[in-house]
Design a protein around this ligand. Structure first.
Ligand code: AMP
Ligand code: MG
Length: 356
C-alpha cells in the first residue's frame, strides 16, 4: 500500500509518500520545510507565524512529495501540536482524501515519532539483500520518546497495545535544552546548539575542568520512572549568573569555553537521567528492544550512552536516522501503514493528544 502522509503539528510542514516493505516501511519521497529561522529571533516558536508559514508551504511540499506517484490513502498528524498549525495539515488531508476518494487515516504525532523506528532506509542495500531482512524492532519494546513538548517512557507489547509507564513531571527534555540554550545565549532551537557546543570540548579539557561544572541529576536515585528537568535548567541559570566570580577565579577559561563546558555538562546530566530511567524500565519490563525517538534522539551523547547501556544488557537498540528524528511526514506514513486508524471526513485536530 502506498500512502501520502502529511505533518504540520508545529513549525515543520512535511509530506511524504511511503509504502510497506517487509515488516517495515520504505520511504519513496520525503519533503520537509521548516519555519525555524523565523522563530530564531524570538527565541522560540510564535504560533501565529508558524501557522502562516504552514499555509504558504503546504501545497508546494505536498506537490513535491507526490511527484506523480499514485497513492492508496492519505494520512495526517492530528495532534498533539499547535492548533493553527495542525489545522493546515488536517484540512489539506481531508480535501485531498475527499477529492481523490481515498481513505483518510489519522495519526498521533508522538506515536509517529516512535514508528520512525520502522522506517527501513538505505533502499539500495535492502534491494540488494538476499534475505530481504528489514530489521524492524522486536516486541515487546520499551520506547523513550523525547521531544520539544514531551518526555515519555512507553511499553509496547504489540504495534497497537501501548502503555504509558513514566515521564517528566515538569519540563520536557527538549524544552530544557531550548531553555538552557537561551540562558547560555545560544540561538533557538537550543538542542542542536548545545549538542554542537558540547562536542567542541576536548576530553583533555573536560577532565581538567569537569569538577567546576557540576549540575544536578534530579530524581536519578528515585526508583520510580519519573523524571524532572526544570532543576537542571535552573542550575544552569545560577552558573551563568555567577559567571563573573567564576572568571575571576578561573581567568584561563574563555567565555566560549565556559559555554561549551556548561553545554557538555548539561547534555551529560540530561542524558544520564534519561538513560538511568530507561534502564530501570528495562529491568522492570524485560523487553526485547529499546527504541529512542523524537527530536532529542538526535543528541549525540544520548544516542551513544543509551546504545552502550542497551548493548551491555544484551538487547537491541533502535534510533531513527537523524533526518527522521525531528518532525517529518515519513514517520506519519509509517504509523498509518503499520497501526492504521481510519478517520471520518470530519476529523478535527486534537492539540493535547497524549502518546497513548
Ligand atoms: P520535536 O519536538 O520532536 O520536533 O523535537 C524538537 C526538540 O528537539 C527541540 O526541543 C530541540 O531543541 C530538540 N533537539 C533537536 N536536536 C537536538 C540535539 N541534537 N540534542 C538535543 N536536543 C535536540
Ligand atoms: Mg515532534
Amino acid at each position: 500500500m502506498k500512502m501520502l502522509a502529511i505533518e504540520s503539528t508545529c513549525d515543520e510542514t512535511a509530506a511524504a509518500v511511503v509504502e510497506n516493505f517487509g515488516e517495515g516501511v520504505r520511504v519513496i519521497n520525503s519533503v520537509v520545510a521548516s519555519s525555524v529561522e523565523m522563530h530564531e529571533k524570538y527565541g522560540g516558536i510564535v504560533p501565529e507565524v508558524a501557522a502562516r508559514e504552514q499555509i504558504k508551504s503546504i501545497i508546494p511540499v505536498i506537490t513535491e512529495a507526490m511527484n506523480g506517484e499514485n497513492i492508496d490513502a492519505v494520512a495526517v498528524s492530528y495532534g498533539p501540536g499547535l492548533m493553527g498549525s495542525l489545522l493546515v495539515g488536517v484540512e489539506s488531508a481531508k480535501v485531498l482524501a475527499w477529492v481523490w476518494k481515498k481513505p483518510l487515516l489519522k495519526v498521533n504525532h508522538m506515536a509517529a515519532h516512535v514508528m520512525a523506528n520502522w522506517i527501513v532506509e538505505k533502499t539500495q542495500k535492502i534491494e540488494n539483500s538476499k534475505t530481504q531482512s528489514t530489521g524492524v524492532p522486536k516486541l515487546p519494546a520499551v520506547g523513550l520518546v523525547v521531544s520539544g513538548g514531551h518526555t515519555d517512557l512507553i511499553l509496547m507489547e504489540s504495534l497497537t497495545k501501548w502503555t504509558w509507564i513514566g515521564g517528566t513531571r515538569d519540563d520536557a527534555a527538549g524544552e530544557a535544552f531550548d531553555k538552557a540554550a537561551r540562558i547560555l545565549g545560544l540561538p533557538y532551537p537550543g538542542g542542536p546548539e548545545i549538542d554542537r557546543a558540547a562536542n567542541k570540548v576536548t576530553n583533555e579539557e573536560w577532565d581538567k575542568y569537569k569538577n567546576l561544572f557540576k549540575l544536578p541529576r534530579p530524581l536519578i536515585h528515585d526508583p520510580r520512572l519519573e523524571m524532572s528537568f526544570s532543576g537542571i535548567k535552573a542550575a544552569v541559570a545560577r552558573m551563568v549568573e555567577n559567571r563573573s566570580q567564576f572568571s575571576e577565579a578561573n581567568p584561563q577559561i574563555s567565555e566560549e569555553s565556559f559555554r561549551n563546558l556548561v553545554a557538555r555538562e548539561f547534555s551529560q546530566a540530561v542524558s544520564e537521567v534519561l538513560v538511568k530511567k530507561t534502564m530501570l524500565a528495562v529491568e522492570q519490563f524485560k523487553p526485547k528492544s529499546v527504541l529512542l525517538a523524537g527530536g532529542v534522539a538526535a543528541n549525540k551523547k544520548l544516542r551513544e550512552t543509551l546504545r552502550q547501556e542497551i548493548a551491555m544488557a544484551g538487547l537491541s537498540f533502535f534510533v531513527p536516522e537523524l533526518k527522521y528524528c525531528g518532525d517529518n511526514a515519513a514517520m506519519v506514513g509509517a504509523s498509518a501503514l503499520l497501526r492504521p486508524e481510519e478517520s471520518e471526513m470530519d476529523l478535527r485536530p486534537d492539540p493535547s493528544l497524549a502518546v497513548v
